[in-house]
Design a protein around this ligand. Structure first.
Ligand SMILES: [Zn+2]
Length: 405
């Protein structure tokens, strides 16, 4: 599907190609090196279900991968970045019923807003921005394989993937079984359906309701489940294993653990060598969620006249792994900080030491709060040898376009 365009500048500094990104992996619980390679680094980020607009939590997630990709590009590492759109999913059809609006119109409208939000926030566009509907044959072929290889079982008009109770993903190794069931339940899995072999077994295929899109296959007339969509799209648009599979922390289970297990069962091997899970953003005391109605939408902030660069700075004041609570005062704090950076640094130059500090802070697990603090303290008129343009560095590495502030 149509993506958006962000063109980051290039930094001309000797030796950049000798550096590599290190990033925290949720599976091994440590910071891992993403080794340099001639082929592009493969990144798959689980995208939106386009039934509502992007809120600050979404922006924080996609910003994290934007920053990782910027760090890799600056160090001359090419990237193949895939982001999907879950344009077949229960919440979308529920929204369609509630609003009496065709689900396809909801998708079109929300994607238009999403693209505008991402572009405004200067968030790197994926190389492949891919939807379920446009790839339905690929996904359904993968489901057929799953069924033919007897990795599934049928209950009524639903096909379930049979998870292995004795083979718990390292992503959830410390989580107790009853907690997994609660999590799965909260996130759309029908854990109490009678006859299921394991309560957390996910749906790979189910019959569509009358007003939902539906496809005819040998194994039934219906539509695909969630996890198999991402496996099929990752396999089609990226080279497996992915170097990074990413998303918000709420995707660790069931989504990413289930993707991992199904991919192995399908013979695709480990889906990813690193899993990056971005912290959750809360507001008014709880995680931003549709059900609680405590959402702060990106486009609403922009419509209020808040500069997208201020919103971006506000998000970067938090480390990508951390959960944090948004407060209106954060915008004012970001505004002041950005103004200071703009006044002090626009049209100036970094010394090599200053640049190295910024680059190293990015490459060592994307420490944006540390960089912003450093920038706010800088005195670029100090009598050091200065040759690296500040505007180019801030734009290329942090996505901060000072002129537009
Ligand atoms: Zn996904």
């Amino acid at each position: 599907m149509r993506s958006w365009t962000v063109n980051p500048s290039n930094i001309e500094v000797a030796g950049l190609e000798n550096h590599s990104l290190r990033i925290f992996d949720s599976k091994t619980q440590r910071i891992n090196l993403i080794p340099k390679q001639a082929e592009p680094i493969q990144i798959y980020v689980c995208g939106i279900t386009p039934y509502d607009s992007a809120h600050l939590g979404h922006a924080f997630t996609y910003l994290a991968f934007d920053l990782m990709i910027r760090a890799m590009r600056v160090t001359k590492q090419n990237v193949n970045y895939v982001q999907n759109v879950t344009d077949i999913d229960d919440p979308l059809f529920e929204r369609s019923r509630k609003t009496d609006k065709k689900w396809t119109s909801i998708v079109d409208d929300q994607l238009e807003i999403y693209r505008k939000d991402m572009q405004a926030l200067n968030i790197m566009a994926p190389d492949h921005f891919v939807g379920v509907v446009e790839n339905i044959d690929t996904i359904n072929d993968e489901i057929e394989k799953t069924i033919k290889r007897k990795l599934t079982y049928q209950l009524g008009t639903k096909w379930y993937f049979q998870t292995r109770k004795d083979n718990k993903s390292l992503l959830v190794k410390d989580v107790k079984d009853h907690e997994l069931i609660t999590l799965a339940n909260e996130r759309g899995c029908d854990t109490d359906t009678p006859g299921k072999l394991n309560a957390i077994d996910p749906i790979v295929w189910k019959e569509s309701k009358e007003d939902e899109p539906s496809w005819n296959r040998e194994f039934g007339t219906g539509r695909p489940g969630w996890h198999i969509q991402c496996i099929s799209l990752a396999n089609k648009y990226a080279k497996l294993p992915l170097h990074i599979q990413g998303g918000g922390k709420d995707l660790i289970f069931p989504h990413h653990a289930m993707c991992e297990e199904q991919a192995i069962a399908l013979g695709l091997g480990d889906l990813a060598t690193n899993y990056c899970h971005v912290g959750m953003v809360s507001y008014q005391g709880s995680k931003m969620s549709k059900s609680k109605g405590n959402l702060v939408f990106v486009h609403e902030l922009i419509n209020k006249g808040i500069s997208p660069m201020v919103i971006r700075t506000c998000l970067m004041l938090n480390h990508w792994q951390n959960d944090w609570e948004f407060q209106e005062v954060d915008i004012i704090k970001a505004e002041k900080l950005l103004e200071k950076i703009n006044t002090n640094l626009t049209g100036k130059f970094f010394s090599r030491n200053e640049f190295d500090f910024i680059l190293e802070s990015m490459l060592n697990n994307i420490q944006t709060p540390k960089i912003l603090e450093f920038l706010s303290q800088l005195d670029p008129d100090k009598n050091d040898e200065r040759s690296i343009p500040t505007d180019t560095v801030l734009s290329a590495l942090l996505g901060l376009d000072l002129e537009s502030v």
